[in-house]
Design a protein around this ligand. Structure first.
Ligand code: XMP
Length: 510
C-alpha cells in the first residue's frame, strides 16, 4: 500500500492534472468526488488532501461544500482556487465577488518564503490566475503568504493546523515553479517519502498478478494501442505462456498497423492470435453511414469475432482488461452527456466464458502506462503510439465505407504522419490524423478537370482529450503534406486543415 494523497474534486477542469502532478512527484494520488464521506476519507488514511478549483461561487447555496469536520481530522489540506475560497469560507473568512480583484492569466505574485509551501523558491514569480471571487477576510488563525497587486490573499496558511490555500493554479505549466510548490506541500507539509515509482509498480504488479492467476489461463483482447500493449507486456512478464492475446484486425487500422502489431509481439513468450476479419467487418458495414450506427456495428462484430476465437481456446480463468485510471474516476461534476458511444473492450465480459477479470492498469494515468511500457522494455513506437479509436478508420471516413476509401485514407494518413515525424513534431501534437470527408470538388491536374475527394487533416494538442486546441502546425509543413498527398494519393485533389477546438467540435469527425 503506497502513501496516498486525495484530490477532492469540486468540478474543476484540472482535477486529473493535479493528480498527475502529484504522482510526478512520486506520491500516489487518487481523485475523489467532494461528496466523499468523512468515514471514507478516514478509511483511506491519506497523507494529505487537495481541494480542486471549480466553476462556482462558494457563497451560493447550490455550490459544492464540505463539512467543517474535514479540517479537524489532522490531515494537511491544500485548497486550490475554489478549494482555497471554500476553506476560507467554511472556516469563517469572507469571500466576495471581486470588482478589481478578479484576475485571469499570468500574474506577477509575491511570496512569503518563510511558508513551507514556498521553501527554496523565488520571492516573486508568475502564477496562473483564473478567479472572479476573492478572499476579503481571512479566517481566524490564517495569515496571507502571497499577494498580487490586485489580490491581497494569493495564498494563505494556518501552519499549525496544516491548512494551506492558494488562489492560483500551481498545476498548470504557466505557473512558474508550480510543481515545486506542490512538492513542498507533499514533502514539507504532508511529510511524504515518495514511494510511487514505475519500477516499484511493475515489480508489485507482477507479484500480484502471479498470486491472483496462479496456474490459470489469461485471455486478452489486444488492439495494439498503448494500454493493451503495455498490459500484454506486463502479463507476459508475470505469467508468460499462460497468456493468450487475440488481436482482431478489422481491416480499419492505419497503413501497415496490423503487421506492425503482429511483428512487435513476435518472439514474446505468449500465445498470439491474429484474426484477419476485414471481410466480416466490411460486409456488416455495407450501407451503414450514420456515425453511431457504425460504432455499434463495429462494436458488436468485434465481440462476435472475439467470441468465436475465444471459443476455440475453451474456458479461460481470467479476462484481462486495459482499464486505466481516468476510466474509473468518479468525479465531482457527475452528469456528463454521452456525446459518442466509445468502443473499447468494455463490453466483453458477458460474452466470454471466464471466472474473473484482471485489470492491472486500473491505477495508472496514460503517461504512467507509457512509463511502465518503457520499464518493461516495450518497443518505442508502441509506447508512444497516439490514441486510435476502437472503430478505427470507419469513423474517419464520412458516410459509407468502401475498400477504395480505406486505402485512400490509409495512404494519406501515412504521409501526414511521416511528415509530422520529419518535422520533429510527433511528440508535441497529441493526436493527428487524416479524415476522408467523402465530399468531392473540382480541381485541375495537368490540363484536365478532376472531380475528386477532399481530405481533411486534424491535429490537436490536449492534456486529457476532453478539451483540445488545434495544433499550430507551421504553414510550410502543411504545404509539404498537402503537396505530397495530392501528388501521391490518387483520387484526392484538395486538402484542408481543421482549425476548430474541442468544444465545440470533437477530436474525431464522427
Ligand atoms: P472525441 O472525438 O470524442 O475523441 O473528441 C476523444 C478521444 O477519444 C478517442 N476515441 C475513441 N477511443 N474508442 C476509443 O477507444 C472509441 O470509440 C473512440 N472514439 C473516439 C479519440 O480518438 C480521441 O483521442
Amino acid at each position: 500500500m503506497n502513501e496516498t494523497v486525495i484530490v477532492l474534486d469540486f468540478g474543476g477542469q484540472y482535477n486529473q492534472l493535479i493528480a498527475r502532478r502529484v504522482r510526478e512527484c512520486n506520491v500516489y494520488c487518487e481523485v475523489k468526488t467532494y461528496k466523499t464521506s468523512i468515514d471514507e476519507i478516514k478509511r483511506l488514511a491519506p497523507k494529505g488532501i487537495i481541494f480542486t478549483g471549480g466553476p462556482n461561487s462558494v457563497y451560493l447555496d447550490e455550490s459544492p461544500k464540505v463539512s467543517r469536520e474535514i479540517f479537524e481530522l489532522g490531515i494537511p489540506i491544500l485548497g486550490i482556487c475554489y478549494g482555497c475560497q471554500l476553506m476560507a469560507y467554511t472556516l469563517g473568512g469572507k469571500v466576495e465577488a471581486a470588482e478589481n480583484s478578479s484576475e485571469y492569466g499570468m500574474t506577477q505574485t509575491e511570496f512569503d518564503l518563510s511558508s513551507p509551501l514556498f521553501k527554496g523558491l523565488k520571492p516573486a514569480s508568475v502564477t496562473w490566475m483564473s478567479h472572479t471571487d476573492y478572499i476579503s477576510e481571512l479566517p481566524e488563525g490564517f495569515v496571507s503568504v502571497a499577494h498580487t497587486s490586485d489580490c491581497p490573499v494569493a495564498a494563505m496558511e494556518n501552519r499549525q493546523a496544516g491548512l494551506y490555500g492558494i488562489q492560483y493554479h500551481p498545476e498548470v505549466m504557466h505557473t512558474e515553479n508550480g510543481t515545486d510548490m506542490l512538492k513542498n506541500f507533499l514533502y514539507e507539509v504532508c511529510k511524504c517519502s515518495g514511494d510511487w515509482s514505475m519500477s516499484n509498480y511493475a515489480q508489485t504488479a507482477v507479484k500480484e498478478i502471479r498470486q491472483k492467476v496462479g496456474g490459470g489461463k489469461v485471455l486478452l483482447a489486444l488492439s495494439g494501442g498503448v494500454d493493451s500493449s503495455v498490459l500484454a507486456a506486463l502479463l507476459s512478464k508475470a505469467v508468460g505462456s499462460q497468456l493468450t492475446c487475440i488481436f482482431v484486425d478489422h481491416g480499419l487500422m492505419r497503413k501497415n498497423e496490423g503487421d506492425e502489431v503482429e511483428a512487435a509481439f513476435n518472439g514474446w513468450d505468449i500465445n498470439f492470435v491474429r484474426v484477419n476479419a476485414k471481410d466480416r467487418f466490411l460486409d456488416k458495414l455495407k450501407g451503414v453511414t450514420e456515425p453511431e450506427a457504425k460504432r455499434k456495428t463495429i462494436g458488436e462484430e468485434f465481440i462476435r469475432v472475439f467470441e468465436d476465437e475465444a471459443k476455440k481456446i475453451g474456458k479461460v480463468d481470467f479476462l484481462a482488461q486495459g482499464t486505466i485510471y481516468p476510466d474509473v474516476i468518479e468525479s465531482g461534476s457527475g452528469d456528463a452527456a454521452v456525446i459518442k458511444s466509445h468502443h473499447n473492450v468494455g463490453g466483453l465480459p458477458d460474452y466470454v466464458d471466464f471466472k474473473e477479470i484482471v485489470e492491472p492498469l486500473r491505477l495508472l494515468f496514460k503517461d504512467e502506462v507509457r512509463k511502465l511500457g518503457i520499464e518493461l522494455g516495450l518497443a518505442d513506437y508502441l509506447v508512444w503510439r497516439q490514441p486510435f479509436p476502437g472503430p478505427g478508420l470507419a469513423i474517419r471516413i464520412i458516410g459509407d465505407i468502401t475498400e477504395e476509401k480505406i486505402s485512400i485514407l490509409q495512404d494519406a494518413d501515412y504521409i501526414f504522419r511521416e511528415e509530422i515525424a520529419n518535422a520533429g513534431m510527433d511528440k508535441d501534437i497529441n493526436q493527428y490524423f487524416a479524415v476522408l470527408t467523402s465530399m468531392r470538388s473540382v480541381g485541375v491536374m495537368g490540363d484536365s478537370r478532376t472531380y475528386d475527394y477532399t481530405l481533411a487533416l486534424r491535429g490537436v494538442t490536449t492534456t486529457d482529450f476532453m478539451t483540445a486546441d488545434f495544433a499550430r502546425i507551421p504553414y510550410d509543413v502543411l504545404a509539404k503534406i498537402s503537396s505530397r498527398i495530392v501528388n501521391e494519393v490518387k483520387n484526392v485533389n484538395r486538402v484542408v486543415y481543421d482549425i476548430t477546438t474541442k468544444p465545440p467540435s470533437t477530436i474525431e469527425w464522427e
